[in-house]
Design a protein around this ligand. Structure first.
Ligand SMILES: Nc1ncnc2c1ncn2[C@@H]1O[C@H](COP(=O)(O)OP(=O)(O)O)[C@@H](O)[C@H]1O
Ligand SMILES: [Mg+2]
Length: 1107
């Protein structure tokens, strides 16, 4: 929602002077002061903006501010120059009304700044686009150029515009800028040759000298030093805060943007330089024959340089400074110039040169910014013109300026009143005559064609005979004496004869803004604005296109003997055109006021402001504005603003706004004469009434605020409560749900329990029934089984009975038969019966024995020694035989399960048993040990690699044995290898073969009966390996070694068994000797091991521990 605001919101003082109550000069100034202290530099008088120069930059011209004021109603926001610019622009764009913005105020009041703000605001809000932006840029950049040439530092303003400027900005139907036209008024050209104390010449001179490059200065024949130039005052050559060099660059850049050609810029600068040079030309008197002094140029150097610059023939110009040609009726008369005249001529030339250059610049800019279309354009004019000037010493310039301001005031009054009037008519309000001072009479005093002051002056200037300022004053005294606003000491009006404030050489005019005393001195001269023809012709002869262009009257071909129009005349004409122009437009006023003379922020000098308020006619302005109705507002906004003051209109009024306002005002009992109803606006006569409404509104707003607060608090509490309620419902719902869930779960659990109990009970019942049924079935089965059993047993019994009976019968029968037979055959019985009974009995016993044996057979294990006891003594032999046979059979069965390998092992074991059982005490300990054969694993041991390679056959046995030293009986470890064909003895550590004996060379092996491991390998005599004799060795695995040796020998068919001798005394062949090895039982000294000792040459004794 758009927030409707009003100027009346947060006002400091009053934002619109129309609302000032009571209205007086003091209250007016006090209001300005109050607002100024709060940095509120803008205040309205209706639609007029008063602008106080803040002399400091305020943050109120930002892009945000532009946006804030864009498309808002004039009175909607606090007073601002943007509001005025926006109003003007929108009125131009939307209502097709040409606008003019009239900015007035005294020098330094902020007019030029204001015009720039207006232009920049319009540039910011109007259309955008490449072409449009270029136009905008050119329009904005025309300012720096004109300011450089037309502004100067004055006592009042460091950047004072020394010319009046009116700029028309042209727009198309959309409101996009198309171009512009600038008009300039009355450049203060006297400044070129002379500046008041503390002031400067036009900026451009200083800018050129500070900012131009050395090269350029050389070209322009200039020196950077200001002091070298007579026309430049040195007092304040540099201004604080002004950087002339930078400005020069800005100006050159601006000229480029505006569209100046490089050579044009150069020409312009040459002219500027020429003016400086001109000022340095000095004259000296030279006596002539006729007694008159003739002026001569003192030092021709500057003249020469200037002529070079402008392409002027030096002699021509030099002559023009010494002679003056007067042409009258085809006659030429040449008179000499004295020094003073020469200086006058020089200065006149300089002033003319510069002012014409300035006009040319304006025209040139106009050419660039001219709209490129012939279509109808909308126009917004901005007038930045000097305000009313009242100095102590006022001259022709002030007279002209004040005349201009009188004219402006006039159109202001006219337009304001006209507008006021038009608005009343538009709104259908009865027109009440407004009393105001009309300054037309003053304008008439000045501009009247017949007896106006300007006309008088022209007349004086053109009159033949001696003309002086005094004669001009005399004329005025006679002609204007009766005028109410003209005052002069010597006028016919005796009133002033004794007025000592009026000097004799002055006249005074009562301007609308106050009385101004003008000194007549210089009026005639300034009005004439004389430039000797010789000079203009000299200029025209210049070989410089721009100079030629500036002095067209110097063209000898177009000699015009008519005097050129006077300055006054020219100005009157241009003011006339301007006024005509302004009258066709919708005016917008900005009245600038400077708060102090010190160019300082925060200082508000009452007297100074009062003075300005007076001469700007601001009080007048307020009065005119208030003459009818002080305040007006469209019904809608009025109703919107005050609707809360009446019950019927609050909060909404459904009907038309006007009726709403009527109801409102009636309800508030506002006196009927205090307001009038227009068509679209309500008009309020007195500010008091408005303030009454405002005060009521303020009070009401407080109540409303309380009401809003109340409603808001109520709403807040209610919402809070509702929220709590809602939450409570939610919580209780959840809780109930939870409780129900719990209850349900409990019920469900109980149901389950009950269910399970019932099911259990049912199941048990069923089980019981089933069990009962089963038992019944079982009982039936059992009973039937028993029954069948009984039946069967009974049957069996019966059958047995029958069988017994039959048997008994048979026995009886047999007995009886026997008896019968015996009775019959008693006589034969004794001879055969005995043998038969015996056989039968024996047979019976044997039968019983075998059947019994069958039941008590021992296990199939060959080592099972058990055997049932014999039942009968006479079966002893049979019994033993059966045991043997069974054992053999069982051994055979056992053997038949053997693998080949196991068979060989057992065969070896068997061989060992055959060889050693009961023959050697060592044997029993060997029975439990399996014959592994290889204990050394030479194939795997890398140490014995070589040994392994030497042994061709498969190794049957490999073990470490002790070789008994033949000399001392001590043992040394040797590896003993047995293959199919030979046996090998090798060193245990190195694996080096010590002896290799083919088995064929082995004749026999001798061992003892004891538990020792000694054995002697006896070799066949004459065999190759027998050179060293037999081997005496010892090993714990003697049984295995000997058995393997024995079996290996037996395995090959080409060999006989190796004999095994077992005795405790045998001979061994040691080299040549035969030594007896004898085994004795005894305890050797070192533990219970076997000790071997060489007793003598023939005896080696081995003591074996007794078992
Ligand atoms: N609105 C403003 N904000 C800040 N400074 C301002 C403002 N208006 C004027 N000034 C200051 O006052 C000086 C004079 O203003 P200027 O517009 O040149 O005066 P005028 O054209 O009326 O002689 C400016 O150079 C500037 O420093
Ligand atoms: Mg200015």
């Amino acid at each position: 929602m758009e927030v409707k605001t009003s100027l009346l919101d947060n006002m400091i003082g009053v934002g619109d002077m129309v609302l000032l109550e009571p209205l007086s000069e003091e209250s007016f100034i006090e209001n300005l002061n109050k607002r100024f202290d709060h940095n509120e530099i803008y205040t309205y008088i209706g639609s007029v903006v008063i602008s106080m120069n803040p002399y400091k930059s305020l943050p109120i011209y930002t892009a945000e501010k532009v946006e804030e004021y864009r498309n808002r109603n004039f009175y909607e926001l606090s007073p601002h120059i943007f509001a005025l610019a926006d109003e003007a622009y929108r009125s131009l764009r939307d209502q097709d009304k040409d606008q003019c913005i009239l900015i007035t105020g005294e020098s330094g009041a902020g007019k030029t700044e204001a015009s720039k703000f207006v232009m920049s605001y319009v540039a910011a809000v109007c259309g955008k686009g490449q072409e449009v932006n270029k136009v905008k840029e050119q329009l904005l950049q025309s300012n720096p150029v004109l300011e450089a040439f037309g502004n100067a530092k004055t006592m009042r303003n460091d950047n004072s515009s020394r010319f009046g400027k009116y700029m028309d900005i042209e727009f198309d139907f959309k409101g996009d800028p198309l171009g512009g036209v600038i008009s300039n008024y009355l450049l203060e050209k006297s400044r070129v040759v002379k500046q008041p104390r503390g002031e400067r010449n036009f900026h451009v001179f200083y800018q050129l000298l500070s900012g131009a490059s050395d090269d350029m200065l050389k070209k322009l024949k200039l020196d950077r030093d200001f002091s070298k130039y007579n026309y430049l005052s040195l007092d304040s050559a540099t201004v604080n805060g002004l950087d002339d060099a930078a400005s020069f660059r800005t100006v050159r850049n601006a000229m480029q943007i505006v569209g100046f050609m490089e050579d044009e810029v150069q020409s312009v600068l040459e002219l500027v330089a020429a003016v400086l040079k001109l000022g340095n030309i000095e004259f000296k008197p030279e006596s002539r024959v006729n007694g008159f002094d003739e002026s001569r140029v003192k030092d021709k150097n500057d003249l020469k340089e200037m002529c070079e610059l402008l392409g002027i023939e030096q002699s021509v110009l030099e002559r023009a400074f010494s002679f003056r040609t007067v042409e009258a009726k085809m006659e030429k008369v040449s008179t000499t110039l004295n020094v003073a005249q020469a200086y006058y001529a020089r200065d006149a030339l300089a002033k003319n040169l510069y002012s014409r250059l300035f006009s040319w610049l304006v025209n040139r800019i106009n050419e660039s910014i001219k709209a490129q279309t012939k279509k109808r354009k909308k126009v917004m004019g901005v007038l930045d013109i000097y305000g009313f000037e009242i100095f102590e010493d006022n001259s022709f310039e002030q007279f002209i300026i004040n005349y201009c301001n009188e004219k402006l005031q006039q159109i202001f009054i006219e337009l304001t009143l006209r507008e006021e009037q038009e608005e009343y008519i538009r709104e259908g309000i009865e027109w009440t005559n407004i009393e105001y001072f009309n300054n037309a009479i003053i304008c008439d005093l000045i501009e009247n064609n017949k007896n106006g002051i300007l006309a008088m002056l022209d007349e004086e200037c053109l009159r033949p005979g001696t003309v002086t300022d005094e004669t001009f004053l005399d004329k005025l005294n006679t002609v204007c004496a009766e005028h109410q606003h003209f005052e002069s000491r010597l006028s016919k009006n005796s009133k002033f004869l004794t007025d000592h404030s009026l000097p004799h050489n002055c006249f005074r005019i009562q301007h609308y803004a106050g009385k101004v005393l003008y000194r007549v001195e210089g009026f005639v001269d300034k009005n004439n604005d004389l430039l000797y023809r010789d000079l203009s012709q000299a200029m025209y002869k210049a070989n410089h296109s721009l100079i030629k262009l500036l002095f067209p009257e110097g063209n000898p071909a177009k000699v015009n003997l008519k005097r050129p129009p006077t300055a006054g005349f020219q100005f009157r004409a241009s003011v006339g055109t301007l006024m005509k122009n302004l009258l066709t437009k919708n005016p917008n006023y900005i009245r600038c006021i400077k708060p102090n003379d010190k160019k300082a922020a925060h200082i508000f000098t009452d007297s100074l402001v009062c003075h300005q308020v007076r001469y700007l006619g601001l009080m007048e302005n307020v009065r005119v504005r208030r003459a009818g109705y002080a305040f007006r507002q469209v019904y809608e906004s009025c109703l919107e603003r005050y609707k809360m003051l009446c019950k019927q209109t609050w909060p909404h009024w459904r009907g038309p706004a006007r009726e709403g306002v009527e109801v409102l005002l009636t309800d508030l009992q506002v006196p009927a004469e205090e307001f009038a109803y227009g068509r679209s606006k309500i008009f309020i006569r007195n500010p008091r009434t408005l303030f009454f409404l405002e005060e009521k509104r303020r009070q009401c707003l407080e109540d409303l605020a309380a009401l809003i607060q109340k409603i808001y608090r109520g709403w807040k509490c209610r919402t809070h409560f509702l929220l709590l309620k809602k939450s409570q419902v939610v919580v209780s719902a959840w809780y109930r749900r939870f409780a129900q869930q719990k209850k349900y779960q409990k019920i469900r659990c109980s149901a389950l329990v009950v269910q399970s109990f019932i099911r259990g009970w049912k199941a048990r019942k069923l089980l019981r029934e089933l069990k009962h049924k089963k038992r019944c079935e079982e009982a039936v089965t059992t009973i039937s089984a028993y029954w069948h059993g009984t039946q069967a047993r009974r049957e069996l019994k019966r059958l047995k009975e029958e069988a017994r009976r039959k048997h008994a019968i048979a026995v009886i029968w047999a007995y009886w038969l026997g008896l019968k037979v015996r009775r019959e055959y008693r006589k034969f019985f004794r001879a055969n019966a005995g043998k038969k009974i015996y056989d039968f009995t024996i047979q019976r016993i044997m039968q019983k024995y075998f059947l019994g044996l069958k039941k008590t057979m021992p296990s199939m294990s060959p080592v099972d020694k058990s055997w049932p006891a014999r039942p009968y003594g006479f079966l002893d032999g049979t019994h033993q035989e059966l045991r043997r046979v069974f054992h053999l059979w069982r051994c055979k069965k056992y053997r038949s399960q053997f693998t080949e390998e196991k068979k060989a092992t057992y065969e070896e074991k068997l061989a060992a048993s055959e060889l050693f059982k009961d023959k050697k005490a060592l044997y029993p300990s060997s029975v439990g040990q399996p014959f592994k054969g290889d204990y050394v694993e030479i194939t795997k041991n890398p140490k014995y690699q070589k040994l392994n390679s030497l042994v061709e056959d498969k190794v049957l046995l490999a073990d470490v044995v002790s070789k008994i030293n033949r000399a001392n009986g001590k043992g040394a470890p040797r590896i003993f290898l047995l293959t199919k064909k030979s046996l090998v003895l090798a060193d245990q550590k190195t694996g080096q073969v010590k002896a290799s004996v083919p088995l064929l060379d082995l004749s026999s092996v001798s061992v003892s009966t004891q538990s020792d491991g000694f054995f002697a390998l006896k070799l066949k005599e004459g065999a190759m390996s027998a050179a060293k004799g037999d081997f005496l060795l010892s090993s714990d695995r003697l049984i295995e070694i000997i058995t393997k040796l024995h079996c290996t020998g037996a395995a090959s068919a080409d060999r006989n068994h190796i004999n095994i001798d077992i005795s405790d005394e045998f001979l061994v062949q040691f080299k040549q000797d035969k030594v007896c090895v004898k085994f004795i039982q005894g305890t050797p000294k070192n533990g219970n091991g076997v000790a071997c000792k060489r007793k003598n040459n023939r005896l080696l004794e081995v003591s074996v521990p007794s078992p």
